[in-house]
Design a binder for this molecule. Structure first.
Ligand SMILES: Nc1nc2c(ncn2[C@@H]2O[C@H](COP(=O)(O)OP(=O)(O)O)[C@@H](O)[C@H]2O)c(=O)[nH]1
Ligand SMILES: [Mg+2]
Ligand SMILES: [Zn+2]
Length: 306
């Protein structure tokens, strides 16, 4: 049997078959994944093969089908281990806000670097536009311009506006969608607006989380319809990058990648090296200063797992 993991809590997995049946599965003892040091071997969005065990609605997962991609971050308190947030993501919606709370470009850029590294397309959603004053609207425009110039799709919405919610709903059809972003930007509100039937469920989940002893939270895949899913990711305060080397970071800034062949040194970190094409592009405005500054802070940061 083949199915999609919709929920994982420790060693128990809910696996949804194509006919909609949901089976409680565990992992076969010898199950191991090569090359990934993760606290969780399987994540929501994974497609797996399993066998029924006994007569009840139980099964044992014996293999993982090839992943198209996965979103990963450092495991909490375990800098050498990673946590896979979700797999086989067709589109990540990075939900940001220009007011209450204001999302920094530093956070946006760290998220984008990981998404680029793991080949996950991102749409940046500016939520809560109903709350924006003139200053916030200007800020939104400036930030949108930066990311649109690079090639990221940006949309501005209010999760409280029905037309906006329908727009998001249309974009998400026939896909596995990931909702990510700081706490308080409106992920759960948007999820509930897109699929009101989920209301109770999400309320119950967030209650369980706030009571939890530790901050490790597992994402859950919500079914909007038979082939449309949303992964809501609770508890992302910061985005600890995992397994990205210094020399690679520039490759995950698409506008840097376009020019860095022009650097004199092929291991140029675009810091203080002479004849650096990236620095030249920053001077001419081809690369936005905000992006370059955030690049330098990622480069100098402790984010890196070497
Ligand atoms: N005015 C306004 N409030 C919003 C919007 N989206 C979410 N909120 C509010 O922001 C708060 C946090 O939303 P929540 O969905 O819990 O954020 P999450 O932590 O990202 O899941 C709640 O009080 C929501 O009612 C919006 O578009 N406009
Ligand atoms: Mg939430
Ligand atoms: Zn350079």
């Amino acid at each position: 049997m083949e199915g999609l993991i919709t929920k994982s809590t420790g060693s128990l997995y809910l696996v949804r078959c194509n006919n909609g049946r949901v089976v409680n599965c565990t992992i076969k003892g010898s199950f191991r994944l090569k090359g990934i040091v993760a606290t969780n071997p399987l994540a929501v969005g994974d497609r797996v093969e399993f066998e029924f065990e006994g007569e009840e609605n139980k099964g044992i997962i014996h293999s993982l089908l090839e992943r198209k991609n996965y979103m990963i971050r450092k495991a909490v308190n375990l800098s050498k281990q990673s946590h896979i947030i979700a797999a086989n993501i067709d589109m990540a919606y990075l939900i940001v806000s220009m007011a209450m709370p204001r999302t920094s470009t530093g956070f946006i850029d760290r998220f984008l670097v990981t998404a680029e590294a793991y080949r996950i397309p991102v749409t940046i959603v500016f939520n809560k536009k109903d709350l924006y004053n003139e200053e916030a609207l200007e800020l939104q425009q400036d930030i949108m311009d930066i990311y649109r110039n690079i090639g990221y799709k940006c949309i501005s919405i209010s999760a409280l506006n029905a037309d906006d919610v329908n727009l998001i709903k249309d974009l998400m059809q026939h896909r596995i969608n990931l909702f990510s972003g700081h706490s308080g930007v409106g992920k759960t509100t948007l999820l509930n607006a897109v699929h009101p039937d989920l209301n109770q469920k999400t309320a119950a989940i967030s209650k369980a989380h706030s009571k939890g002893k530790h901050t490790t939270t597992f994402a859950e895949l919500f079914e909007v319809n038979t082939d449309t899913f949303i992964v809501d990711t609770p508890g992302i305060r910061d985005f600890g990058m995992y397994d990205i080397k210094k020399e690679e970071i520039g490759h995950y800034f698409p506008e840097m990648l376009r020019v860095l062949n022009g650097c004199r040194f092929n291991n140029c970190l675009h810091e203080n090296e002479p004849d650096c094409a990236v620095k030249k592009a920053v001077e001419t405005g081809q690369i936005h200063l905000s992006r370059y500054k955030n690049y330098l802070s990622i480069l100098d940061g402790e984010d890196l797992y070497k």
